[in-house]
Structure formats: C-alpha cells, structure tokens
Design a protein around this ligand. Structure first.
Ligand code: GAP
Length: 537
C-alpha cells in the first residue's frame, strides 16, 4: 500500500487533518476529523472495556498466575515538577540531536540513516530522510555529489548496508553528507535535547514556577498508588489504567501521526508481589499482543519483540515491544505500538525514598558525589501490607504502555484495501475499502432508501433512528446507491441497510456486508438486533 493514498483518504474522508492547517499547520500536531474521532474513541473504549470494565476479577484468565483486579485513574497533565526529577525525566529524558550547519536543520542522531560509498577516491556516508525509497534516494544523492550520470552508477562502490548515524565513530562525522547538503562535514557533534515541554504556573515566570507537560501518563499512577489503595478495596495484585494526553517535544516528528509532539497513551501499571512478577510480565506481554490480533492486526505485519539484555534499563528484568511494519518505514524496520516492561520496584521506590526539602526544590540538576543526578523522593511509605500473610513489601510493577494514535494508524494501515465491487449495473469496479474490525469502525451501519420516493425514505429514517439508539449510524439518500455503498466502504462501515421495493411488500430490507459483499434480507424489526450482535462480536 502506498502511504500517500492512505494519507489522502484520511484527509478527504475526515479521519485526520494537520493541526492549524489554515495557518500552514504545526509540525507534530494532528486533529482527528469526524470519522477519526470515532475510530480513536472506539480504540480507547475497546482498550478500557477489555482491560478494565469487562475484566473478570473473579476468574483466573488463561496464562495468568492468579486472579487480579483492575481500576482506573484520570490524572492532571501538569504535575509537581519533582515528579519528573524523581522519575528521571528531568535529567535523563533526552534524545541526542545533531544540527546541519548548512541546511539549518536538526536531526535525531539515532534516526538519520545512510550508507557508506566510495567514488573518485573519496569515501562518504550519504544520508537521507526518505525511508520509502531509501536506497534509491541515497544513490541519487551519491550520483549528484560525485557528479556522475545515472549510467555511471557502477563507479559507486557501496560498503555495507544502511546504518544509523549513532553507529558510526564521532571522528567520522566529517565524512557524513547530511540530507540535502552539498558538502560533507556540515553536522555538529551530537548534543542532548530534553523532550519535555515547559510551562509556568501562575503569574510569575521564573525557575520556581516552572512546570512540565507530562511526557507519559504513568507517573500520575505511581504517585497515586497509595491514594488508590487507601480509597478503594483493591488488593495486590491489581492494575491501574489511565488514558490521556502526553507531550514530547520530538526533534523530528514524522511518519504522519506515528511520531507526534502531542499524543494519547493508554497505560497500565500493574502491581504484584516480587516473587510472581516474572509470570505477570509474561502474562501481560502475551495478553497485549493478543489484543491487537483480536482487533484485526493479524496480517503478519505484527510482531512481539523481546528486548535484548543490552537494551534493558538497569532496573528492568524484561521488556517486550509490540511492533508493526508500517508501510512508510524502510524494509525490515518495525514501529513500536506498545512496550510491556517489567519495572521492578524502581518507580515506587524512587517516589518514596529520599526527603523532599521545600527549600531545595530547585529544578537545577543536583549531582551526588559520584557525579550522578540525585533523585529526591517524597519520603512517603509506598509499601503494601498483605492482610492475609502480614507481609509488608514494595510491589513490583509491570507496565503495558500503548499509544492510542499509533494504534489508530496501524489499524488504518491494516484496514486499507483496494479490491473490486459491482456497480449499479453489476459491473465490477475498483473500490477502496477500510476493512476495520466492526468494533473499531467509526460508523457501524448506514441506512439507505433505494430511491427517494414510494415511502422508502420514511421507512429508512425510522430504521436509522432505531439503530442510532444502539450504534453509530449514518443516513444517506443522495445519489446512486452504488456510490453510497462506495462512500461507506471508504469510511469502513461494516454494514449497509437498504430499503427497496420489496420492503413495501414484505417489511424486509437488505443488509450488505462490507467485506464479503454478500446481501441478505432481514425483517425490519430484527435489523437493530442483528447489527448490534454483529458489531459487538
Ligand atoms: N510509560 C512508558 C512510556 O511512556 P514509551 O515507550 O516512551 O513508554 C509508550 O511510550 C507508547 O506511547 C509507545 O509505545 C507509543 O505507542 C506511544 N508514543 C510514545 N511516543 C510517541 C510519539 N512521539 N508519538 C506518538 N506516540 C508515541
């Protein structure tokens, strides 16, 4: 699938618009249109329903080491600045960036990709920003730099595969030809760039009033751990779920909504006994992978990748990513949809240990004698007491952390299909269809009168009203019915209900299935029940 086609469909049909488009847009920010808002809401609702409200806390689910409870939270976006100091985000949440002195562009050090090539006695790393035709783009840039014609490609001696900039020696930076640059060596040395957006609370803008837009929803859960314990009757093991906006000042937002500066996360912090934490980690890893497959990401583009020991944080004994091979990424490159991390007791311990001294609440980095930043905790006791055994301990945490926007993008990519369907004359014609899982489809059913006469619109409107009480429905009486079907196919509507001549005689209508194109007749009175049953499956 060509990504441009999906991007154009998303705009044309109102799934996604660039933020502030009439002013030229703002890089890294996106608006969901009328269909997009329903799609994303359905994803979030499916997640909340499957993980929280419909969770059976009395049963032991397959693969789980025991039963568990789930509950939710909705925390503020702006939190006490010390939260970010303790969590490590203030000191450590940065990407390495390089600047191109010639093009005045900034790139993420680990994302700039290129390939070594030698020609005319010079050896260079030629880089590109384009991932779709990466090799061809690099070759084009190499031919241009070495002043060679297309038929002289044999003069280019390639050395190895495409690599990212962070894998080369810093001393080789002067041999890098930056994207669009006319000469090598225009990149600066890599520097740290903190990704948190800053803001100020109150009327005075100084260091003391500085605050941050949260870069993850997780910390709101950790700092409320005790509140949830004390205010509800949950017992370990249990999970707290949260859906909400997060903000990261990404150096190079790109790939449509994949890397945005404002996005929504769906996070669970699952608290368990240290002895069973490994089993719980494995349970959540497999459970979350299955969730994506159940909702339609089953084409072989999805994978579960365990992190190598080198990739793990020092406190983590296991992390796995659910990844999707997005069509806009280079061949063999996968994009992360969700990370499932075993975080040990790192977060609760950090928020607990140490003492917050109001006089020294500075946001400047304090270094210990070992040169490492000091993370001051709240001093609050975060331990849990098991009433049955009397044991007191700091629970371990398993964190399945998903992105709602990335999930929406993956579901859109997976759903996009070009095939054929009969037109009004029964002739097969090309069509574009979004084959969403019915639970995710923005509109569940569309209702059409075949023609705008003989009482058909009146009956169709009644069916539409009845359906709307249960599901999102759409009424359309304009144009040829074949064209109306096509519009619904593009919106991903799984069922179309049509009132025709026979309806007037026997009070039945047709239901058309978006994917199989099969049509069958149903009594008007049974339409709502049948559609509801099908879309909730
Ligand atoms: N609390 C852990 C955490 O935030 P993360 O891997 O940084 O982990 C979790 O983020 C998920 O949030 C990612 O798997 C991704 O789906 C989503 N996400 C992260 N950065 C994003 C961005 N810039 N744009 C869109 N989604 C993003």
């Amino acid at each position: 699938m060509e990504m441009e086609k999906l991007v154009s469909l998303c705009r044309r049909r109102g799934f996604l618009f660039q933020s502030s488009e009439i002013y030229g847009g703002l890089n890294g920010f996106w608006d969901y249109g009328p269909l997009g808002v329903e799609l994303k809401r359905n994803i979030k609702n499916a997640w909340w329903q499957d993980m929280v409200t419909s969770h059976d806390d009395l049963a032991v689910l397959p693969g789980a080491p025991g039963s568990y409870e789930m509950t939710g939270l909705d925390c503020a976006i702006v939190m006490h600045p010390q939260v970010w100091k303790v969590s490590g985000h203030y000191d450590l949440f940065h990407d390495m960036m390089v600047d191109c002195r010639q093009k005045k562009e900034r790139y993420r050090f680990d994302q700039l990709r290129g390939r070594w090539v030698a020609a005319k006695g010079q050896r260079l790393l030629i880089t590109t920003l384009s991932e779709e035709n990466e090799e061809a783009e690099i070759e084009r840039a190499a031919l241009k730099y070495f002043k060679l014609r297309a038929k002289e490609t044999a003069q280019l001696e390639w050395d190895g595969d495409i690599v990212t900039l962070d894998t080369i020696a810093i001393s080789d930076l002067d041999k890098v030809l930056a994207p669009g640059a006319s000469e090598p060596g225009t990149l600066t040395e890599p520097r740290e760039f903190n990704l948190m957006f800053e803001t100020y609370c109150g009327a005075i803008r100084d260091e003391k009033s500085k605050a941050f837009l949260r870069p993850e929803t997780a910390q709101g859960i950790f700092v409320n751990f005790k509140n949830v314990l004390d205010s509800s009757r949950v017992k370990v093991p249990f999970g707290i779920a949260q859906i909400g906006k997060s903000f990261r000042n990404e150096i190079t937002p790109r790939h449509f909504t994949f890397r945005s500066r404002e996005f929504e996360q769906m996070e669970i912090e699952f608290f368990c006994h240290p002895d069973t934490s490994r089993q719980w980690y494995e349970y959540w890893r497999d459970r979350r992978m299955q969730w994506y497959m159940d909702l339609g990401l089953a084409s072989g583009r999805l994978r579960l990748r365990d992190h190598t020991p080198e990739e793990l944080s020092h406190y983590s004994t296991g992390t796995a990513d659910v990844e999707y091979a997005f069509p806009f990424m280079a061949k063999g490159v996968y994009g992360e949809l969700e990370g499932i991390a075993h975080r040990g007791d790192f977060d609760l311990r950090s928020h607990s240990e140490g003492k917050l001294d109001p006089a020294t609440r500075p946001l400047t980095v304090e270094l210990g004698s070992d040169g490492q930043p000091i993370h001051r905790g709240s001093g609050k006791d975060m331990t849990y007491r098991d009433e049955t055994t009397g044991q007191r301990y700091l629970p371990h945490v398993i964190e399945p952390s998903a992105g709602a926007d990335r999930a929406a993008l993956a579901f859109l990519c997976e759903a996009y299909t070009e095939d054929e369907a009969p037109d009004d004359q029964g002739k097969m014609q090309k069509r574009t269809v979004l084959k969403f899982h019915p639970r995710l489809a923005p509109i569940k059913a569309a209702v059409f009168p075949l023609v705008k006469k003989d009482g058909m619109p009146e009956i169709a409107r009644e069916i539409y009203r009845a359906l709307k009480r249960h599901v999102t429905a759409f009424y359309d009486e304009k144009g040829a019915v074949g064209r109306r079907y096509r519009r619904q196919d593009e919106a991903g509507t799984p069922y179309c209900v049509t009132v025709d001549g026979q309806t007037l005689a026997d009070k039945t209508v047709t239901i058309r299935d978006r994917d199989s194109l099969q049509q069958w007749r149903v009594k008007i009175d049974d339409v709502a029940e049948q559609i509801v049953e099908k879309v909730n499956r």
